[in-house]
Design a protein around this ligand. Sequence first.
Ligand code: TEU
Length: 583
Amino acid sequence: FETHQWWKESVVYQIYPASFLDSNGDGWGDVPGITKKLDYLKDLGVDVIWISPIYKSPQADMGYDISDYRDIDPIYGTLKDVDHMIKEIKSRGMKLMMDLVVNHTSDQHAWFEESRSSTKSSKRDWYIWKKPKFDKDGNRQPPNNWAMILGEANSAWTWDEKTQEYYLSLFTAEQPDLNWENPAVRKEVHDVLRFWLERGASGFRMDVINLISKVQSFPDAPISVPASKYQPGDKYYANGPRLHEYLKDIRKEVLSKYDTITVGEMPFVRDEDEIIRVVGAKSGELNMIFAFDLVDIDNVPGDFKFTLHPWDARDVNKIVNRLQRLMIDRDGWNTIFCENHDQPRSVTRYTNDSDEWRELGAKLLCLMQTTLSGTLYVYQGEEIGQRNVPPSWGPEEYKDIESINFWKKNNELYPNNPEKLALAHKILQRKARDNARTPVQWDDSPHAGFTSADAKPWMRVNDDYKTVNAAAQLKLSKDLSVHAFWKRGMENRKKHKDAFVYGDFHLLDEAHKQVFAYKKSSKSETWVVALNFSGETAKWDGLGGLKIAKWVAGNYDESLLAEKATSGTVELKPWEGVLGLVE
Ligand code: TEU
């Protein structure tokens, strides 16, 4: 595949603006707060900054419900603040990626207000309106059985009293889906992209971009969760019939005229041909996608996300191998990420976040992510190993609409069942999006330096900030902290990009229950990465005939690496990860 494309080699850092840094003491992070930390990001090794939505929004879904695509929400600042930030980003040789949320708008967007005003409105068909159905008892029912994504027990259709019709709202009632069948909608979206590219953005992360084309007969979904009245409908709205036409249009009309980076968020899709149609070098609709395989590892397959499912290193082997091969054998491109604002913290999810293991776990995941092919995405706080909220926090601390809906539903279903409610609370602590949304822990001052001491942060700061914070890690000497480990990992990735970013990939011992290990190679060098994804010592003999010239990095005390076996059976301590150069 094509090497030396800047967007393949870049490290992208995701900012969740509400929780990054508050510059004016109102308890919400803001754009000037981001500008203040650009030197920190540059020093870490970041090339591109992706900022989750900062546009005008009622914040029903934290900005993923946009009411004006061409303005900034006052909680985040002004367009002037953004222009200044862009200037400062560029002067440091970095780039900005905006979040493009165009599957739906806010219900308070002027387009929707017009659309819902009457069935005769000129914008009626900018959204998806349908007449009700009636069951045999004459009760009104939504047009089909699709479930809402962020309120999984509810219908994806919202009833509108005034015009006596339902509108499609896949995420929440406050996020009506746009009707992409309408060419006027597509034209508006193209204009929004141009607006931000002209202002200085270098590209977009495209929110649920594979949901924009729906099967127009809107059929009932097959029953996959028998206990639920409404069912996951992704079969009919993910990678729908006209998706590729719409994406090709965006490329032709807008993207082809600029030098951009584009990443499509594509939940639900497993079909490799479908993925290649989007990211294959020839079709080039988008540069890359976020595939969900690795972050879905602990969901019960086919079920909703608030479930718990065991996994081991064999699952990691299978998932990563498949996605690496898709790039290498089929000329596609992909992303490497373990975290974002929709996922729990990776150190908690994939390793052990107790005080004893947290640092090792965070470094293990860093070693994996900095040595695989794909554009690397790091989420704010991941570089210092921030973890999930403590189990002691009650459900009232969770602010995300998805968590609130889940907790409410459980209380309706099991009001007098403490066991069920305890399980629901446990699932929230493991899986809620809130886990990644607590403020960034900058130092050990009140509120972790996220906001002024007398302010009330919009979301509570994790109790562990006195020990887990950026300032404490920056004070440590090189290679000790999680932060320093990330910084060095990114440097090493860039220095040896022919192997790590562009090189070939081979699993070493795919059937090992504890160890995920692989070979990454360029024409001139071969590296071995062995990662123990378990809390027990592992014996690993996947080297085969390979001989390690030197183990060069690891998450334990690196002075001990000289004693590690360089051929035959290698012993890995709990959560140990090592990187070696082959002779
Ligand atoms: O997420 C879409 C999505 O399908 C999932 O990531 C989903 O949020 C998750 O499985 C629920 O737990 C995007 C945004 O990243 C998310 O924050 C928004 O809520 C959503 O779209 C709607 O815009």
